[in-house]
Design a protein around this ligand. Sequence first.
Ligand code: KG4
Ligand code: ZN
Length: 362
Amino acid sequence: MYEPLKGIDLNKAEPIILGIETSCDETAAAVIRGRKILSDEIASSADIQALYGGVVPEIASRAHTDAVAEVVQRAIKNAGITHADIDAVAVTYGAGLLGALLVGVSFAKAFAYALNKPLIAVNHIRGHLAAAYLDCQTLQPPFVTLLASGGHTAVLYTKTQSEFEILGATLDDAAGEAFDKVARVLGLKYPGGPNIERCAKEGTACVEMPKMLKGGGGYNFSYSGLKTAVINYCHTKEQKGEEYSKADVAASFQHAAVDVLVEKTVAAALEKGVTFVTAGGGVAANTYLRESLKAACDKNGLQLVLPEKRYCTDNAAMIASEGLVQYRLGNFADMTLNAKASIPLAATLETVQSRRANSEGV
Ligand code: KG4
Ligand code: ZN
Protein backbone atom coordinates (compact mmCIF):
# COMPACT_ATOMS: atom_id res chain seq x y z
CA MET A 1 0.00 0.00 0.00
CA TYR A 2 1.43 3.41 -0.99
CA GLU A 3 0.74 5.66 2.02
CA PRO A 4 3.72 7.99 2.21
CA LEU A 5 1.99 10.85 4.02
CA LYS A 6 1.02 8.81 7.07
CA GLY A 7 2.58 10.48 10.10
CA ILE A 8 4.62 12.93 8.02
CA ASP A 9 6.14 15.84 9.97
CA LEU A 10 6.03 18.99 7.82
CA ASN A 11 8.01 20.85 10.48
CA LYS A 12 10.85 18.32 10.59
CA ALA A 13 14.04 20.27 11.29
CA GLU A 14 16.08 19.34 8.22
CA PRO A 15 14.21 17.08 5.81
CA ILE A 16 16.33 15.10 3.34
CA ILE A 17 15.06 15.68 -0.18
CA LEU A 18 16.17 13.84 -3.31
CA GLY A 19 15.83 16.05 -6.40
CA ILE A 20 15.65 14.69 -9.96
CA GLU A 21 15.88 16.87 -13.10
CA THR A 22 15.57 15.68 -16.71
CA SER A 23 13.79 18.55 -18.49
CA CYS A 24 16.42 19.17 -21.20
CA ASP A 25 19.82 17.63 -21.88
CA GLU A 26 21.15 17.17 -18.32
CA THR A 27 20.28 14.12 -16.27
CA ALA A 28 20.72 15.43 -12.73
CA ALA A 29 20.13 14.17 -9.21
CA ALA A 30 20.96 15.82 -5.89
CA VAL A 31 20.34 15.33 -2.20
CA ILE A 32 19.87 18.17 0.25
CA ARG A 33 19.44 18.14 4.03
CA GLY A 34 17.55 21.30 4.91
CA ARG A 35 19.24 23.88 2.70
CA LYS A 36 22.59 22.10 2.72
CA ILE A 37 23.65 20.30 -0.44
CA LEU A 38 24.88 16.80 0.38
CA SER A 39 25.45 15.70 -3.22
CA ASP A 40 24.90 17.02 -6.72
CA GLU A 41 25.40 14.80 -9.77
CA ILE A 42 25.01 15.59 -13.46
CA ALA A 43 25.37 13.51 -16.61
CA SER A 44 25.06 15.74 -19.65
CA SER A 45 24.38 14.83 -23.26
CA ALA A 46 25.51 18.34 -24.34
CA ASP A 47 28.59 16.97 -26.15
CA ILE A 48 26.44 14.72 -28.35
CA GLN A 49 23.88 17.52 -28.84
CA ALA A 50 26.68 19.90 -29.91
CA LEU A 51 27.23 17.69 -32.98
CA TYR A 52 23.70 18.65 -34.09
CA GLY A 53 23.89 22.34 -33.14
CA GLY A 54 21.16 22.13 -30.49
CA VAL A 55 19.16 19.71 -28.38
CA VAL A 56 17.61 16.81 -30.31
CA PRO A 57 14.69 15.68 -28.11
CA GLU A 58 14.93 11.99 -29.00
CA ILE A 59 18.64 11.88 -28.22
CA ALA A 60 18.00 13.66 -24.89
CA SER A 61 15.30 11.14 -23.90
CA ARG A 62 17.51 8.17 -24.70
CA ALA A 63 20.45 9.66 -22.82
CA HIS A 64 18.21 10.25 -19.76
CA THR A 65 16.94 6.65 -19.90
CA ASP A 66 20.51 5.36 -19.97
CA ALA A 67 21.74 7.63 -17.17
CA VAL A 68 18.93 8.29 -14.69
CA ALA A 69 19.21 5.22 -12.41
CA GLU A 70 22.97 5.49 -12.16
CA VAL A 71 22.94 9.26 -11.52
CA VAL A 72 20.33 8.92 -8.75
CA GLN A 73 22.23 6.08 -7.07
CA ARG A 74 25.44 8.13 -7.27
CA ALA A 75 23.70 11.12 -5.65
CA ILE A 76 22.45 8.93 -2.78
CA LYS A 77 25.84 7.25 -2.32
CA ASN A 78 27.80 10.53 -2.39
CA ALA A 79 25.37 12.12 0.07
CA GLY A 80 26.31 9.37 2.53
CA ILE A 81 22.68 8.44 3.17
CA THR A 82 20.55 5.34 2.72
CA HIS A 83 17.22 5.07 0.88
CA ALA A 84 15.46 5.00 4.24
CA ASP A 85 16.83 8.45 5.15
CA ILE A 86 15.03 10.16 2.25
CA ASP A 87 12.02 12.23 3.38
CA ALA A 88 10.68 13.06 -0.10
CA VAL A 89 11.43 12.67 -3.81
CA ALA A 90 11.13 15.91 -5.81
CA VAL A 91 11.06 15.76 -9.59
CA THR A 92 10.74 18.30 -12.42
CA TYR A 93 7.38 17.65 -14.12
CA GLY A 94 7.52 20.67 -16.50
CA ALA A 95 8.20 22.68 -18.47
CA GLY A 96 10.64 21.12 -20.90
CA LEU A 97 10.97 18.42 -23.54
CA LEU A 98 8.08 16.02 -23.01
CA GLY A 99 10.00 12.81 -23.65
CA ALA A 100 12.88 13.97 -21.47
CA LEU A 101 10.57 15.00 -18.61
CA LEU A 102 8.75 11.67 -18.77
CA VAL A 103 11.94 9.77 -18.01
CA GLY A 104 12.48 11.69 -14.76
CA VAL A 105 8.81 11.66 -13.75
CA SER A 106 8.44 7.91 -14.40
CA PHE A 107 11.62 7.14 -12.52
CA ALA A 108 10.68 9.35 -9.56
CA LYS A 109 7.21 7.82 -9.34
CA ALA A 110 8.57 4.27 -9.36
CA PHE A 111 11.29 5.18 -6.87
CA ALA A 112 8.91 6.97 -4.48
CA TYR A 113 6.35 4.14 -4.75
CA ALA A 114 8.90 1.42 -4.10
CA LEU A 115 10.26 3.21 -1.03
CA ASN A 116 6.85 4.51 0.15
CA LYS A 117 8.17 8.09 0.10
CA PRO A 118 6.22 11.28 -0.66
CA LEU A 119 6.47 12.57 -4.22
CA ILE A 120 6.78 16.31 -4.96
CA ALA A 121 6.08 17.80 -8.40
CA VAL A 122 8.49 20.67 -9.11
CA ASN A 123 8.08 23.32 -11.76
CA HIS A 124 11.48 23.84 -13.40
CA ILE A 125 11.28 27.64 -13.27
CA ARG A 126 10.31 27.60 -9.60
CA GLY A 127 13.46 25.49 -9.20
CA HIS A 128 15.57 28.25 -10.76
CA LEU A 129 14.01 30.72 -8.30
CA ALA A 130 14.67 28.40 -5.34
CA ALA A 131 18.38 28.00 -6.19
CA ALA A 132 19.07 31.17 -4.19
CA TYR A 133 17.90 29.49 -0.97
CA LEU A 134 20.85 27.10 -1.24
CA ASP A 135 23.30 29.96 -1.48
CA CYS A 136 22.03 31.86 1.54
CA GLN A 137 20.75 29.75 4.42
CA THR A 138 18.84 32.65 5.95
CA LEU A 139 17.25 34.07 2.77
CA GLN A 140 13.51 34.64 3.17
CA PRO A 141 11.01 36.56 1.01
CA PRO A 142 10.37 39.29 0.16
CA PHE A 143 12.97 39.63 -2.58
CA VAL A 144 13.24 40.57 -6.24
CA THR A 145 14.62 38.01 -8.70
CA LEU A 146 16.09 38.30 -12.15
CA LEU A 147 15.06 35.15 -13.98
CA ALA A 148 17.04 34.70 -17.19
CA SER A 149 17.03 31.26 -18.77
CA GLY A 150 16.72 29.76 -22.23
CA GLY A 151 12.94 30.08 -22.22
CA HIS A 152 12.18 32.95 -19.85
CA THR A 153 13.36 36.43 -19.01
CA ALA A 154 11.53 38.25 -16.25
CA VAL A 155 11.84 40.34 -13.13
CA LEU A 156 9.82 38.75 -10.34
CA TYR A 157 8.78 39.78 -6.88
CA THR A 158 8.64 36.92 -4.40
CA LYS A 159 6.36 38.12 -1.65
CA THR A 160 6.16 34.89 0.32
CA GLN A 161 7.30 31.37 -0.54
CA SER A 162 4.09 30.83 -2.47
CA GLU A 163 3.14 34.33 -3.67
CA PHE A 164 4.80 35.88 -6.69
CA GLU A 165 4.31 38.88 -8.89
CA ILE A 166 5.62 39.28 -12.44
CA LEU A 167 6.97 42.83 -12.54
CA GLY A 168 8.09 42.53 -16.15
CA ALA A 169 8.95 39.92 -18.75
CA THR A 170 10.24 39.59 -22.27
CA LEU A 171 7.85 40.60 -25.02
CA ASP A 172 9.54 38.28 -27.53
CA ASP A 173 12.74 36.19 -27.22
CA ALA A 174 14.30 35.17 -23.90
CA ALA A 175 17.80 36.44 -23.10
CA GLY A 176 19.29 32.93 -23.28
CA GLU A 177 17.60 32.35 -26.62
CA ALA A 178 19.21 35.56 -27.91
CA PHE A 179 22.63 34.36 -26.72
CA ASP A 180 22.07 31.03 -28.51
CA LYS A 181 20.84 32.61 -31.76
CA VAL A 182 23.61 35.22 -31.90
CA ALA A 183 26.18 32.47 -31.23
CA ARG A 184 24.88 30.64 -34.31
CA VAL A 185 25.15 33.83 -36.41
CA LEU A 186 28.77 34.20 -35.27
CA GLY A 187 29.50 30.55 -36.05
CA LEU A 188 30.00 29.65 -32.39
CA LYS A 189 29.04 26.21 -31.16
CA TYR A 190 26.12 25.13 -28.98
CA PRO A 191 25.59 25.98 -26.13
CA GLY A 192 25.69 29.61 -27.22
CA GLY A 193 25.81 31.47 -23.91
CA PRO A 194 29.16 30.24 -22.57
CA ASN A 195 30.73 30.44 -26.04
CA ILE A 196 29.62 34.07 -26.54
CA GLU A 197 31.06 34.83 -23.10
CA ARG A 198 34.39 33.20 -24.02
CA CYS A 199 34.55 34.97 -27.40
CA ALA A 200 33.58 38.34 -25.86
CA LYS A 201 36.64 38.22 -23.58
CA GLU A 202 38.86 38.83 -26.62
CA GLY A 203 36.92 41.89 -27.80
CA THR A 204 35.55 45.27 -26.75
CA ALA A 205 31.97 46.55 -26.78
CA CYS A 206 32.57 49.01 -29.64
CA VAL A 207 29.80 48.00 -32.07
CA GLU A 208 26.63 50.05 -31.71
CA MET A 209 23.61 48.02 -30.57
CA PRO A 210 19.90 48.93 -30.17
CA LYS A 211 18.76 50.50 -26.90
CA MET A 212 16.78 47.44 -25.80
CA LEU A 213 13.86 49.18 -24.03
CA LYS A 214 16.47 50.70 -21.72
CA GLY A 215 14.89 53.52 -19.75
CA GLY A 216 11.42 52.54 -21.06
CA GLY A 217 8.91 49.70 -21.37
CA GLY A 218 8.50 49.34 -17.61
CA TYR A 219 10.24 46.17 -16.45
CA ASN A 220 9.66 44.44 -19.76
CA PHE A 221 12.36 43.31 -22.18
CA SER A 222 12.65 42.81 -25.92
CA TYR A 223 15.47 40.78 -27.47
CA SER A 224 14.35 40.26 -31.06
CA GLY A 225 15.66 43.66 -32.22
CA LEU A 226 19.08 42.96 -30.74
CA LYS A 227 19.33 39.63 -32.52
CA THR A 228 18.28 41.26 -35.82
CA ALA A 229 20.83 44.08 -35.34
CA VAL A 230 23.64 41.52 -34.99
CA ILE A 231 22.46 39.60 -38.06
CA ASN A 232 22.25 42.83 -40.10
CA TYR A 233 25.67 44.03 -38.95
CA CYS A 234 27.36 40.75 -39.91
CA HIS A 235 25.55 40.43 -43.25
CA THR A 236 26.30 44.03 -44.25
CA LYS A 237 29.98 43.55 -43.46
CA GLU A 238 30.06 40.29 -45.41
CA GLN A 239 28.27 41.80 -48.42
CA LYS A 240 30.72 44.70 -48.50
CA GLY A 241 33.60 42.25 -48.15
CA GLU A 242 34.74 44.06 -45.00
CA GLU A 243 36.51 42.34 -42.14
CA TYR A 244 34.90 42.47 -38.70
CA SER A 245 35.80 41.22 -35.29
CA LYS A 246 33.52 38.46 -33.98
CA ALA A 247 34.88 39.12 -30.52
CA ASP A 248 33.84 42.79 -30.70
CA VAL A 249 30.36 41.79 -31.88
CA ALA A 250 30.10 39.20 -29.08
CA ALA A 251 31.23 41.76 -26.46
CA SER A 252 28.87 44.44 -27.77
CA PHE A 253 25.94 42.02 -27.84
CA GLN A 254 26.76 40.78 -24.34
CA HIS A 255 26.86 44.31 -22.94
CA ALA A 256 23.56 45.27 -24.56
CA ALA A 257 21.85 42.02 -23.52
CA VAL A 258 23.04 42.21 -19.92
CA ASP A 259 22.97 45.94 -19.10
CA VAL A 260 19.20 46.17 -19.52
CA LEU A 261 18.70 43.14 -17.24
CA VAL A 262 20.79 44.72 -14.51
CA GLU A 263 19.20 48.18 -14.85
CA LYS A 264 15.63 46.88 -14.61
CA THR A 265 16.28 44.38 -11.83
CA VAL A 266 17.84 47.03 -9.61
CA ALA A 267 15.11 49.57 -10.41
CA ALA A 268 12.44 46.98 -9.52
CA ALA A 269 14.17 46.11 -6.24
CA LEU A 270 14.35 49.80 -5.28
CA GLU A 271 10.71 50.34 -6.18
CA LYS A 272 9.62 47.34 -4.12
CA GLY A 273 11.82 48.42 -1.23
CA VAL A 274 13.35 44.98 -0.72
CA THR A 275 16.73 44.28 0.84
CA PHE A 276 17.56 41.18 -1.19
CA VAL A 277 18.01 40.66 -4.92
CA THR A 278 18.46 37.14 -6.31
CA ALA A 279 19.06 35.74 -9.78
CA GLY A 280 18.49 32.41 -11.49
CA GLY A 281 18.58 30.67 -14.86
CA GLY A 282 21.46 29.88 -17.20
CA VAL A 283 22.19 33.48 -18.21
CA ALA A 284 22.85 34.28 -14.52
CA ALA A 285 25.99 32.14 -14.93
CA ASN A 286 27.39 34.88 -17.20
CA THR A 287 30.40 36.53 -15.54
CA TYR A 288 29.74 39.98 -17.01
CA LEU A 289 26.15 39.83 -15.73
CA ARG A 290 27.27 38.63 -12.29
CA GLU A 291 29.86 41.40 -11.94
CA SER A 292 27.54 44.13 -13.26
CA LEU A 293 24.65 43.06 -11.04
CA LYS A 294 26.92 42.90 -8.00
CA ALA A 295 28.30 46.38 -8.68
CA ALA A 296 24.82 47.84 -9.23
CA CYS A 297 23.44 46.20 -6.07
CA ASP A 298 26.40 47.43 -4.01
CA LYS A 299 25.95 50.94 -5.37
CA ASN A 300 22.28 50.95 -4.38
CA GLY A 301 22.59 49.32 -0.96
CA LEU A 302 20.96 46.05 -2.09
CA GLN A 303 22.15 42.64 -0.94
CA LEU A 304 22.72 40.25 -3.86
CA VAL A 305 22.23 36.51 -3.37
CA LEU A 306 23.70 34.92 -6.46
CA PRO A 307 23.73 31.12 -6.71
CA GLU A 308 27.06 29.61 -7.78
CA LYS A 309 27.32 29.29 -11.57
CA ARG A 310 26.53 25.57 -11.56
CA TYR A 311 23.29 26.24 -9.66
CA CYS A 312 22.21 28.87 -12.21
CA THR A 313 22.28 26.44 -15.14
CA ASP A 314 20.12 23.32 -14.96
CA ASN A 315 20.81 21.15 -11.92
CA ALA A 316 18.93 18.97 -9.47
CA ALA A 317 19.90 20.75 -6.24
CA MET A 318 17.57 23.62 -7.17
CA ILE A 319 14.78 21.08 -7.79
CA ALA A 320 15.38 19.63 -4.32
CA SER A 321 15.40 23.19 -2.92
CA GLU A 322 11.97 23.94 -4.41
CA GLY A 323 10.96 20.46 -3.20
CA LEU A 324 11.76 21.63 0.32
CA VAL A 325 9.56 24.72 -0.13
CA GLN A 326 6.68 22.49 -1.28
CA TYR A 327 7.35 19.99 1.52
CA ARG A 328 6.93 22.75 4.10
CA LEU A 329 3.71 23.86 2.38
CA GLY A 330 2.42 20.27 2.38
CA ASN A 331 2.07 20.11 -1.40
CA PHE A 332 2.60 16.53 -2.51
CA ALA A 333 1.87 14.76 -5.78
CA ASP A 334 0.43 11.30 -6.27
CA MET A 335 0.93 8.51 -8.79
CA THR A 336 -1.20 10.30 -11.38
CA LEU A 337 1.57 12.89 -11.86
CA ASN A 338 2.29 13.49 -15.53
CA ALA A 339 4.88 15.54 -17.42
CA LYS A 340 3.92 18.88 -18.94
CA ALA A 341 5.84 20.32 -21.89
CA SER A 342 4.73 23.91 -21.59
CA ILE A 343 3.60 25.99 -18.64
CA PRO A 344 3.06 29.75 -19.08
CA LEU A 345 5.00 31.94 -16.65
CA ALA A 346 1.81 33.20 -14.97
CA ALA A 347 0.68 29.62 -14.32
CA THR A 348 4.17 28.73 -13.09
CA LEU A 349 3.85 31.37 -10.39
CA GLU A 350 0.25 30.69 -9.41
CA THR A 351 -0.18 30.16 -5.72
CA VAL A 352 -0.63 26.49 -5.07
CA GLN A 353 -3.35 25.93 -2.51
CA SER A 354 -1.49 24.61 0.46
CA ARG A 355 -2.71 21.23 1.60
CA ARG A 356 -1.38 22.18 4.98
CA ALA A 357 -3.98 24.93 5.31
CA ASN A 358 -6.87 22.49 4.70
CA SER A 359 -5.73 19.43 6.52
CA GLU A 360 -3.31 20.03 9.35
CA GLY A 361 -1.17 17.03 10.08
CA VAL A 362 -1.53 15.23 6.73
O1 KG4 B 1 18.42 27.77 -17.19
P1 KG4 B 1 19.02 27.07 -18.34
O2 KG4 B 1 20.21 26.19 -18.08
O3 KG4 B 1 17.95 26.21 -19.09
C1 KG4 B 1 16.62 26.64 -19.22
O4 KG4 B 1 15.85 26.41 -18.26
O5 KG4 B 1 16.34 27.25 -20.28
O6 KG4 B 1 19.40 28.19 -19.39
C2 KG4 B 1 19.97 27.87 -20.60
C3 KG4 B 1 20.33 29.16 -21.29
C4 KG4 B 1 20.88 28.93 -22.68
O7 KG4 B 1 20.21 29.80 -23.56
C5 KG4 B 1 22.34 29.26 -22.53
O8 KG4 B 1 22.93 29.77 -23.71
C6 KG4 B 1 22.32 30.31 -21.42
O9 KG4 B 1 21.33 29.86 -20.54
N1 KG4 B 1 23.61 30.39 -20.73
C7 KG4 B 1 24.38 31.50 -20.74
C8 KG4 B 1 25.57 31.16 -20.05
N2 KG4 B 1 25.47 29.86 -19.64
C9 KG4 B 1 24.26 29.40 -20.07
N3 KG4 B 1 24.19 32.71 -21.28
C10 KG4 B 1 25.16 33.62 -21.12
N4 KG4 B 1 26.33 33.37 -20.49
C11 KG4 B 1 26.58 32.17 -19.94
N5 KG4 B 1 27.73 31.91 -19.33
ZN1 ZN C 1 16.62 25.75 -16.69
